[in-house]
Design a binder for this molecule. Structure first.
Ligand code: NAD
Ligand code: UDP
Length: 323
């Protein structure tokens, strides 16, 4: 497979969820590569000020009920809340977005013969019994728990996308994103990295859920976006691909690292572990390495340092406007 693939210069691209954390970084890179970028986002968890200046049309709409859209060469479909407290706040809306939003974008791709990339998630593996997680693993997911609106919504999105590809021959790519962090995260979205950084800067105790022994693998956002771009540009990508950093850390180790980076001790407060919180998570990225020539480059310490600098510069961590 060619590593460069499609030249994005002059291509028309729609990014759904482009006002969000990952989507806005993706827009930056698409514009840098010469693409003409439009965004569809209802601003439910994203912010208009995240949108880069070069974005063309911005539709403030629900992806599950989109307006009449023009044809696009490529659709990067990211619209969906990603933080557990946010997606659990309205589980019905989350499931609708994950499933009906994906169907709506698949219809766009079918109608206009657009290439489409779907942002899936490591949550489709649930609380995994196989470790690390390869794309061939079918997962271990509770269908009726508090995380199910997201986990099962994304699983259903993968199903319908694959069926559209089989039935209508649409040019599909599915990326399974593992925990990603970096500048422009919403400090109040409740994810562990944004919580810990905000708490450290505000002089509040770090909230550790459970005993802190559960693990996650944290990918810096520029690495993730490079993987998404490679997946979007590749000549073909018939099967889903994991994108994540295989470095695995317990939540307590993440708290230790925060302490080292800020250079002083941080208080910790234990809180109950949320239901169905996965015990372990680490991507096997062999497929991404082989098919896309991709591997993450930013180490956790460097990425956390850059994210803290960004939080400080944006002044959003204490409730400021951050615009
Ligand atoms: P985010 O919440 O920052 O961004 C999501 C964006 O989608 C927001 O701008 C939000 O306003 C928009 N959106 C939500 N529902 C919508 C709807 N119904 N219609 C239109 N727009 C809507 O989250 P993120 O971290 O940037 O995640 C982006 C994508 O990546 C999501 O699909 C998510 O499932 C996936 N993902 C992210 C991570 C991660 O660690 N960040 C991990 C796995 C998967
Ligand atoms: N977590 C934590 N303290 C927090 C927020 C989260 O200990 O303030 C834990 C959470 O229980 C989970 C891990 O950190 O085990 C990652 O949580 P996050 O919400 O970032 O992502 P996800 O659970 O979706 O992987």
């Amino acid at each position: 497979m060619k590593r460069e693939g499609l030249d994005l210069s002059g291509r028309t691209v729609l990014v759904t969820g482009g006002a969000g954390f990952v989507g806005s970084h993706l827009c930056d890179q698409l514009l840098a590569q010469g693409a003409r970028v439009d965004v569809l986002d209802n601003l439910s968890t994203g912010f208009a000020h995240n949108l880069p200046a070069g974005v063309g049309t911005f539709w403030k709409e629900d992806v599950a009920a989109p307006p009449d859209l023009p044809p696009y060469d490529l659709i990067f479909h990211l619209a969906c809340p990603a933080s557990p407290p946010r997606y659990q706040a309205d589980p019905v809306a989350t499931f609708r977005t994950a499933v009906f939003g994906t169907v709506a974008m698949l219809e766009e791709a079918r109608r206009h013969r657009s290439r489409i990339l779907i942002a899936s998630t490591s949550e489709i593996y649930g609380d995994p019994l196989e470790h690390p997680q390869k794309e061939t693993y079918w997962g271990h997911v509770n269908p009726i728990g508090f995380r199910s609106c997201y986990d099962e919504g994304k699983r259903a999105a993968e199903t319908i996308a694959t069926d559209y590809s089989r039935k209508y021959g649409i040019d599909l790519r599915i990326v399974r994103i593992f925990n990603t962090y970096g500048p422009r995260m919403d400090p109040f979205d409740g994810r562990v990295v944004s919580n810990f950084i905000r708490q450290a800067l505000a002089g509040e105790p770090l909230t550790i859920y459970g005993d802190g022994s559960q693990t996650r693998s944290f990918c810096y956002v520029s690495d993730l976006v490079e993987g998404i771009l490679r997946a979007g540009r590749a000549e073909a990508l018939p099967d889903p691909v994991n994108l994540g950093n295989p470095g695995e850390f317990t939540i307590s180790e993440l708290a230790d690292l925060l302490e080292e980076v800020v250079g002083h001790p941080l208080r910790r407060e234990l809180r109950p572990l949320p239901d169905d919180d996965p015990r372990r998570r680490r991507p096997d990225i062999t497929r991404a390495q082989e098919l896309l020539g991709w591997r993450p480059e930013v180490a956790l310490r460097a990425g956390i340092t850059r994210t803290i600098e960004n939080f400080l510069a944006q002044k959003t961590w204490d409730g400021g406007s951050g615009a």
